[in-house]
Design a protein around this ligand. Structure first.
Ligand code: GLC
Length: 766
């Protein structure tokens, strides 16, 4: 798009309208440090599926024409706007944050290939790139040197995505995922650029198909583009990667506090095919003393894959069964796909047809494609009436006693080819097409599910999704879809989870053990050692692959899995605290080292170590046969080996033995880690006495406590404890006491001693 020269401008509050020769552009100071850049190709104003409500603050903006360019400033950020809507962002002192690239795009290292060579390569199935593709909306920005690129959601790649290209087009890919794959299930068009002393973020809020090239085409620039929708991006400045993520979640929302039981261990398989099998899983969990809170019913629980039904043959008296599971401390989560079976007499289909709730082809007929139930139709979730209906359908499952809903296949996936782009879907009352609604389909399904569960249960809804768009973290947690029992998938899952976390979704997990292919005992052990630290900890495997429940291998595997699942349960209060931080700030639970230690240049590309919150660092084994590894301990603090208590200096590289039953774990000095006693499921034991593990002589920690279930905490029904360690002395104090239940005492381990103290609610010092 050629915008042309700047003709004039006009300031309205914090929004600056700029007339170019060929278009009108807008720069809006949303906050002092977040600018929105907009040009309405499709709609006159921003139309977001990620941002809800008006986020524009009352910001003082100064705009001036300076000869042939203009400067738009707040007290913290300036945009220099040039002809053709080129923009440079700077700090008030003139330091450049990011400049638009003014030259023509040019592909470095483009292969010179003859027609004959192309033919040959294609014969064997190789795909060849078609050279430079130009797009209607294209923003090209300079690289200043030393940039790292983080974020972009669930892309199967490294934490630093420099040198790769991506596309946002929610895709169901059952084949093994690999690092140069452009798209996966989710579209989170947000990324962070980090270079020494400079951080910024860009959220390209365009839900159509979009492209991202992080210096793959040319090491002098990066770009993002689209052929439809608006030019609509947020430039987020800040003093750290953390502040950029907070800026992004200020816009798109944070991950709400989950119910406590959702932090336990989840066991799943496609499928536990009948009641006996499901109950035998529950029996084995308790028999082998493996803590477990949740069991899953995959598609085979339904009557012929009809959503919101139960197959009486496989699952007779399912309500009673769920009740029985509940008594033994198990919750049940059921899968719900969007595809509704085309079958007259099936109430969900009939109601949808009667009310005209399904998408149509261009001729006006209800559009059909094939998914698990065979011929199926697709709810048009872009319409409020359809979402309300879907929300009400959740009552069927809630009344059955189901504790959460697993939304799958919501890219939407279809087996008879992808849904054509011209199939008619609506954006509320406006008729549009699949091309426009594709990337937000999963989010809208989750939003409907969330509203339904909240309405019908009153609890914090637990929804898992495979597909979504930015902002869905307000309604759903995510999992990374169909990975495989491959060592590389264990290894890459770390970067993948870090990237989703940095893209605002704090509650996320992978199928531990791997979904496709056959897991080995060694891989399961190592995967459990990572899984027990992932926000969502679920073991799930595919039909036709070997079973991978912990007891299906040998005694050693069982022991190792149990050991790490138990560790998970001990850490639940700490993980819950991380979630409180996620809700209030937007910061992820599962983090790359660079998020906590961005001034340590040694950590920018570490893909096989991660942080759980601020204090716990994990350096798992992610390679077959390995029983030791090198570990980098970030600079600026000391570290304690969790297993041996040894104190180690930061900024060093160490070699650590890690036999199969050992996952190297390090605690940052200054930590005060709250822990629970081991229990079979959340709530089995009443925790009157909280365990505290104190590392070092100085530190402070806020611990959060509430009923772990509903929304009363938003009315102030929670307790907040401040643990402070100063010069070797520890104090405990309540800084909020809105929740009636409180700890009666603490079991403290510090300076090599363990002792118990009583707590009356008044400040304690020891
Ligand atoms: C999809 C999901 C997978 C599920 C299967 C059957 O492949 O990603 O988790 O088990 O469908 O429902």
């Amino acid at each position: 798009m050629n915008y042309g020269k700047i003709v004039s401008f006009n300031v309205e509050g914090s929004r600056v309208e700029i007339k170019f020769e060929n278009a009108v552009g807008y720069v809006t100071a949303v906050t002092e440090e977040i600018f929105n850049v907009f040009c309405g190709f499709k709609s006159e104003t921003n139309h977001s599926f990620a941002i809800e409500g008006n986020k524009v603050q009352n910001v003082n903006v100064i705009a001036n024409m300076m000869g042939n360019y203009m400067v738009i400033s707040t007290s913290k950020l300036s945009a220099y706007v040039y002809d053709d809507f080129k923009i440079n962002f700077t700090r008030p002192d003139g330091t450049v944050i990011c400049r638009d690239y003014k030259g023509a795009r040019e592909a470095q290292g483009a292969a010179i290939v003859s027609e004959e060579a192309i033919k040959q390569a294609r014969m064997e199935g190789h795909s060849l790139s078609d050279g430079i593709a130009h797009h209607k909306i294209e923003v090209v920005k300079c690289l200043e040197g030393g940039e790292c690129f983080y974020g972009l959601g669930d892309k199967y790649n490294f934490i630093n995505k420099k040198g790769y290209e991506f596309e946002m087009w929610n895709s169901d890919i059952p084949d093994p995922h690999f690092e140069s794959m452009k798209s996966l299930y989710k579209s989170m068009p947000f990324f962070i650029v980090h270079r020494p002393n400079v951080d910024y973020g860009i959220f390209f809020d365009n839900h159509h198909r979009t492209q991202f090239d992080f210096a793959k085409e040319n090491s002098g620039y990066f770009y993002f583009s689209a052929d439809d929708g608006n030019l609509d991006y947020y430039f987020i400045a800040g003093s750290s990667i953390k502040s950029i993520i907070c800026g992004y979640t200020y816009l798109t929302g944070t991950t709400p506090l989950p119910q406590l039981w959702t932090l336990g261990y989840h066991q799943s398989r496609w499928s536990y095919e009948n009641r006996e099998e499901l109950l035998s899983i529950a029996d084995n969990m308790r028999k082998h003393e493996i803590p477990c809170d949740t069991l899953f019913c995959d598609i085979d629980y339904m009557d012929n894959f009809k959503v919101f039904t139960w197959g009486e043959k496989q699952y007779p008296e399912h309500k009673k069964m769920i009740e029985g599971l509940k008594e033994r401390g198990f919750k049940l989560v059921t899968i719900i796909d969007p595809g509704v079976k085309k079958e007259e007499g099936y109430s969900v289909y009939d109601e949808g047809i009667k009310n005209d709730f399904f998408a149509h082809d261009t001729e006006g007929n209800v559009y059909e494609n094939v998914v698990w139930p065979g011929e199926s139709v697709f709810p048009d979730f872009g319409r409020r009436a359809v979402r309300n209906w879907w929300a009400d359908n959740q009552k069927i499952m809630m009344d059955d006693g189901v504790a959460g809903i697993w939304n799958d296949m919501n890219e939407p996936a279809s087996f008879r080819g992808e849904i054509p782009e011209d199939v008619v879907f609506c954006d509320e009352e406006r008729k549009t097409n699949h091309a426009e609604m594709h990337n937000v389909y999963g989010s809208l399904m989750c939003k409907a599910t969330y509203e339904g569960i909240k309405r019908h249960s009153g609890k914090r809804p637990f929804i898992i999704t495979r597909a979504c768009y930015s902002g869905a973290q307000k309604y759903t947690i995510g999992w990374t879809g169909d990975n495989q029992s491959h060592w590389s998938h264990l290894r890459y899952s770390i970067a993948q989870l870090c990237s989703v976390g940095m893209s605002g979704m704090a509650f996320i997990g992978t199928d531990a053990g791997g979904f496709g292919a056959n897991c080995t005992s060694e891989l399961l052990c190592r995967w459990m050692q990572v899984g027990c630290f992932t926000p969502f900890f679920r073991n799930h495997s595919a039909k036709g692959t070997r079973y991978q429940e912990p007891w299906t291998f040998d005694e050693q595997t069982l022991d190792i899995c149990r050991k790490y699942i138990r560790l998970r349960y001990k850490l639940i209060p700490y993980i819950y605290d991380c979630f409180r931080i996620a809700e209030s700030s937007g910061l992820p639970v599962f983090r790359p080292l660079v998020l906590n230690f961005e001034n340590d240049k040694n950590v920018t590309d570490i893909n096989d170590q991660f942080m759980l919150g601020e204090w716990i660092m994990v350096a798992p084994i992610v390679d077959q046969g390995k029983v030791s590894r090198d570990i980098y301990l970030p600079k600026g603090c000391n570290w304690y080996d969790f297993h041996t208590g040894e104190r180690l200096q930061g900024g060093t590289r160490i070699l650590r033995e890690a036999p199969l039953d050992t996952c190297p774990i390090y605690i940052r000095e200054g930590a005060i880690i709250p822990m629970w006693p081991v229990m079979n499921y959340v709530g089995e034991k009443n925790v009157d006495c909280l365990e505290l593990m104190v590392f070092g002589n100085d530190g402070e920690y806020l611990h959060y406590q509430d009923n772990g279930e509903d929304f009363a905490y938003r009315e102030g029904e929670y307790n907040l404890y401040k643990f402070a360690r100063r010069n070797g002395r520890l104090s405990v104090e309540m800084v909020n006491s809105g929740y009636a239940k409180r700890y009666e005492g603490f079991k403290i381990t510090m300076s090599g001693k363990t002792f118990k103290v009583k707590f009356s609610g008044r400040k304690l010092e020891m």
